[in-house]
Design a protein around this ligand. Structure first.
Ligand code: ATP
Length: 469
């Protein structure tokens, strides 16, 4: 059975993965909070990313730069002038919409009738204005709309207390600029040699107008970005680009366990690509609302370092330790939204079966690896034995939940929806012979295991997939 976005949203609310932000006040547009299970899943994704891209690689280092940077950063990067989306306004409701999205919906509705065969991404703002006028495109409420205008996505705020002394700063629109502005520091303070990359995970902010895609597109989100620097004279950028594409693909398919048939590459067209980029691809996932960008990879040339060198008047060139030659490194950027990985994983894992809803998360991503239950909650000897097993697992660093509410059936249902791969039930035999029942979430099969073997059983199963790859 197909999973809809409504299935995901209601599961997330019911089980404590995601809640609407400020819900008691009626919510805040395109903003979500991560609940007790959601934060665990997010952390697991980030830890896996960090492990694969930073810890395990000799050619990568990490960074954690600020959300507020010197405002000149965003002038140099071009965001102040050109980080914008084409917007139109509904003349009656004054609601704003992305012009490209309205055109896309119109094309979708008129598919086949007009033999319209072009990509919205190819259109300039003036072309969009023409297209909207020619086809009399209206707002979703069927009202007249204004001409499209560029709308900057950067959030502005101010540093300083006294109004006259305040200066404008921006909440970062991407984490990448903190990497470029620290390039010199990293080279000077570490042993990195080209080619090498700097990666960081952190919050970014964009004044997005489109809403209704759950955590896919939010005002505040988390990015995991890599800037991979290299010498363009001794490195074939196309080969390097391809190898990064393969690495991204492997992470999504092998590490996160995503079904290949829901993934595809899309090359950006010339007019869609940023002016400084020589090549850009999106790794797209088939979300319930269509194929959408999960992870972008772009060859940004030496544009950013050059811009920062010019605006800061500081030398940002790299000196080759062997040849002594100085030059500006070029860069390839694989940039992903952690929240889009999160949504993809939920979509890929949620299964509706005849009588149950199961979140088949890979064990290493599951918020809890095991749930422990006493068969019944009102028998102190069972509760005591179950507590012993619970402590055994917790002390072995196995993420374990405790549940003694309701009956076993309800507890299984709750564990299935929470994505917990194994449930351990303690019954009277457990007291007699120290064996417990372990139930597998995906197969619902139960096996009897000795308490003393539990830790190694779960550890082996947690790492089984890694060994198979
Ligand atoms: P889109 O075309 O969907 O707006 P983008 O091309 O502007 O995305 P990038 O600037 O390439 O996105 O940012 C890198 C990654 O950050 C994206 O691939 C996406 O995963 C994530 N991302 C960007 N904007 C958002 C957002 N508003 N909410 C959640 N994730 C985002």
């Amino acid at each position: 059975m197909n999973t809809t976005i409504d299935d995901i949203v209601s599961l997330c609310k019911r089980r404590g993965f995601v809640y609407p932000t400020s819900e008691i006040y009626g919510g805040l547009t395109s903003s979500y909070d991560y609940g007790p299970l959601g934060v665990e899943l997010l952390n697991n994704i980030k830890q896996l990313w960090w492990k694969e891209f930073i810890t395990k690689r000799e050619d990568m280092v990490g960074l954690d730069s600020q959300i507020l940077l010197h405002p000149q950063t965003w002038v140099a990067s071009g965001h102040v002038t050109s980080f914008s989306d084409p917007m139109v306004e509904d003349k009656k409701t004054h609601k704003r919409y992305r012009a490209d999205h309205l055109i896309e919906s119109w094309l979708e509705a008129h598919r086949g009738q007009n033999a319209v065969d072009f990509k919205v991404e190819n259109l300039k703002v003036s072309d969009m204005a023409k297209f909207i006028a020619e086809n009399k495109i209206k707002s979703p409420q069927n009202n007249e709309i204004t001409e499209p205008k560029s709308f900057n996505l950067l959030f502005e705020t101010a540093v300083g207390v006294i109004s006259g002394d305040k200066s404008t700063v921006y909440l970062r629109g991407e984490t990448a600029q903190g990497i470029f502005s620290n390039f010199r520091n990293v080279v000077d303070s570490t042993r990195v040699k080209l080619p090498f990359g700097i990666g960081q995970i952190g919050k970014s902010f964009r004044n997005e107008i489109t809403s209704g895609q759950f955590v896919f597109r939010t005002l505040e989100f988390e990015q995991a970005e890599i800037e991979y620097f290299f010498n363009p004279d001794d490195t074939d950028w196309q080969k390097l680009f391809k190898s990064w594409q393969d690495t991204m693909w492997r992470f999504v398919v092998n590490i996160l366990g995503i079904d290949k048939s829901k993934l595809r590459w899309r090359k950006h067209t010339d007019s869609e690509r940023s002016h400084y980029s020589k090549d850009t691809y999106d790794l797209e996932f088939e979300y319930p609302f269509g194929w959408k960008e999960l992870w972008g990879i772009s060859y940004r040339t030496d544009y950013d370092l050059k811009q920062h060198q010019e605006f800061s008047k500081q030398k940002l060139e790299y000196r080759d330790p062997i040849t002594g030659k100085t030059f500006m490194p070029h860069v390839i950027e694989p940039a992903v939204g952690v929240n889009r990985l999160f949504l993809m994983i939920l979509v890929n894992s949620l299964r509706k079966e005849d009588k149950r809803l199961v979140l088949s998360l890979p064990p290493k991503l599951a918020p809890r690896t095991v749930a422990v239950f006493p068969l019944v909650a009102n028998k102190p000897e069972l509760v005591e034995k179950a507590r012993e097993v619970y402590r055994l697992l917790i002390n072995a660093d196995i993420k374990t939940a405790w549940d003694e509410r309701g009956n076993i059936g309800k507890r299984y249902m709750s564990a299935d929806e929470a994505g917990t791969p194994w449930c351990v039930t303690i019954d009277y035999d457990s007291i007699e012979n120290a064996s417990v029942t372990v139930r597998n979430r995906d197969t619902t099969k139960q096996v009897r295991i000795q308490q003393a073997d539990l830790v190694s059983y779960f550890r082996q199963n947690l790492h089984k997939e890694d060994d198979e790859k």
